[in-house]
Ligand binder design. Structure first.
Ligand SMILES: C[S@@+](CC[C@H](N)C(=O)[O-])C[C@H]1O[C@@H](n2cnc3c(N)ncnc32)[C@H](O)[C@@H]1O
Length: 214
């Protein structure tokens, strides 16, 4: 399979990726870990989470701190090298493409953060079917509302047999470091239902969870 051209851009961004892509990496990533694992069915401590398009493996430590095992895969060799440099040899990391990757063992949860856009829309039903083949409990992905057709995404998941699709808003900004009161305000806002949906027209991302076919 031909290497997607976008990976060359990510190769060049690999060094210090989390530090330059997130304004407040420890707080943002810890909160994101709580949100993605808390959306949809519960996991058990020790369950394995596969992070597809993991970049520098920035979710590894936050997910491990919640008691989960972490595996990361990314199409950029430079990103995986950066992940190895920052995480050491104890974390399973592989180079692999969204278009073809299948892990050696099934996992409880597959995670796809800021990366569903790299699966072409026409390929999504097949992608979601392949992910269903190795995911036991849930798939969690995220996207900004303006970037994706949510109805099409839901239809593609359902066409691939996924059920129990749930969504929740996530308002903590990636590029601005909020002080504690504002961080708390975003957390409160996420649970306000109609108000949160209104705010999602201007800011925030959706976090979706889906359950694989039995
Ligand atoms: C915007 S970054 C997001 C990284 C990480 N999930 C995060 O949230 O910080 C997208 C990642 O997807 C990877 N990627 C893009 N296209 C890919 C593909 N076709 N196969 C595997 N990885 C890909 C890039 O190398 C990059 O690390």
């Amino acid at each position: 399979m031909e290497r997607p051209a976008i990976l060359t851009k990510f190769d060049s961004l690999a060094q210090g990726y989390a530090a330059h892509d997130y304004a407040d990496p420890p707080r943002y990533l810890a909160r994101r870990a709580a949100v993605v694992t808390g959306t949809g069915p519960r996991l058990a401590r020790g369950d394995t989470i596969l992070d597809l398009a993991c970049a520098d493996g920035n979710m590894a430590r936050p997910l491990e701190q919640l008691g989960y095992r972490y595996r990361g895969v990314d199409g950029s060799e430079a990103m995986i090298a950066e992940a190895r440099r920052t995480l050491g040899d104890g974390v399973p990391l592989e180079v692999g493409l969204l278009q073809s990757y299948v892990p050696a063992e099934p996992v409880e949860m597959t995670l796809l953060l800021r990366a569903v856009k790299y699966v072409p829309v026409a390929d999504r039903p097949a992608f979601f079917r392949r992910v269903a083949g190795f995911t036991r409990t849930k798939l969690v992905l995220d996207f900004p509302p303006e970037e994706e057709d949510a109805a099409q995404m839901r239809a593609d998941l359902q066409a691939a047999g996924w059920t129990d699709v749930v969504q929740r808003p996530f308002f903590l900004p990636q590029h601005v470091a909020f002080p504690a009161p504002l961080r708390q305000a975003t957390r409160t806002l996420e649970h306000t239902g109609p108000l949160a949906r209104l705010v999602m027209r201007f800011a925030g991302i959706w976090v979706w969870s889906a359950v694989p076919p039995r």
